[in-house]
Design a protein around this ligand. Structure first.
Ligand code: FES
Length: 253
């Protein structure tokens, strides 16, 4: 758990204020030596323990958060002290509570209760957003048991250069893969007019259209929208490229 290192800051300010107030030289010397001593963590801890010095608010908050850590960690989380401003403690949550609003609320309430019990002047706790961290999300973790389920391996991308239509036939599916200026799309290889195959049709890369070789129905090559009969449409299939291989997931009726 992180905390700002301001332990001796208030001492220095106090000593300087005392010196400027014209105290006798010997008193100045004692104060100077005193705050030199509290630079030593062991001496500082001893002084705090015997109430010779009063830790500043950040140190006190930090210590109370340490008390709450076992509870926070038992919930798979962690807490980082960001700052204390106007008696409000700002923390950042990490671990399983990061991104889970329910856990975050539970922990925030616990932290606030602990802080207010131990430091009465604290009036609230605010959770600041955690910085985004890149993460590899495994398909299994989001309920996808087989990320290849339903997908059909197609040609490599080099087999479908811009301006080319590629017919992919499997036992169950007849698929048309189109590369229009580098944008790949896939459709069922069946014209909306009579269901006849389109792969011998004309792909006009400049106009972005496919024209059916049988009766001339024209389609938008990106969306599959029929430009001849606007109520008709080619059936699009999801397509993805993985390691240079085109994959298509045909819809099964
Ligand atoms: S089957 Fe395509 S236009 Fe008739």
């Amino acid at each position: 758990m992180a905390a700002a290192n301001t332990r001796t800051g208030s001492w220095r300010v106090a000593a300087q204020a005392t010196q400027s107030a014209g105290r006798p030289e010997r008193a100045d010397l004692i104060i100077t030596r005193l705050f030199e001593m509290v630079d030593d963590p062991l001496i500082y801890a001893l002084f705090v323990r015997h109430a010779i010095v009063r830790p500043n608010i950040i140190m006190r908050v930090s210590r109370v958060l340490d008390l709450a850590l076992p509870y926070i960690r038992s919930h798979g989380g962690d807490v980082e002290l960001v700052e204390v401003r106007d008696n409000v403690v700002y923390v950042r949550l990490h671990g399983s509570c990061n991104g889970c609003s329910l856990s975050a609320v539970t922990l925030r309430n616990e932290i606030e209760a602990t802080l207010r019990t131990n430091i009465p002047e604290i009036t609230g706790v605010q959770v600041v957003a955690a910085e985004a961290a890149p993460a590899l999300i495994m398909p299994e973790s989001i309920g996808v048991r087989d990320h290849l389920a339903g997908w059909v391996a197609g040609p490599s991308t080099s087999d479908v250069p811009p301006g080319v239509m590629y017919r992919l036939q499997t036992e169950r599916d007849d698929i048309l893969i189109i590369n229009l200026d580098g944008r790949l799309s896939a459709f069922r290889n069946a014209c909306a007019h009579q269901g006849l195959p389109l792969d011998d049709g004309i792909l006009d890369a400049e106009a972005g259209t496919i024209t059916c070789p049988w009766h001339g129905f024209c389609y938008d090559a990106s969306s599959g929208e029929c430009l001849t009969a606007p109520q008709a449409q080619l059936e699009p299939f999801p397509l993805r490229v993985e390691q240079g291989r085109i994959w298509v997931r045909p819809t099964r009726g």
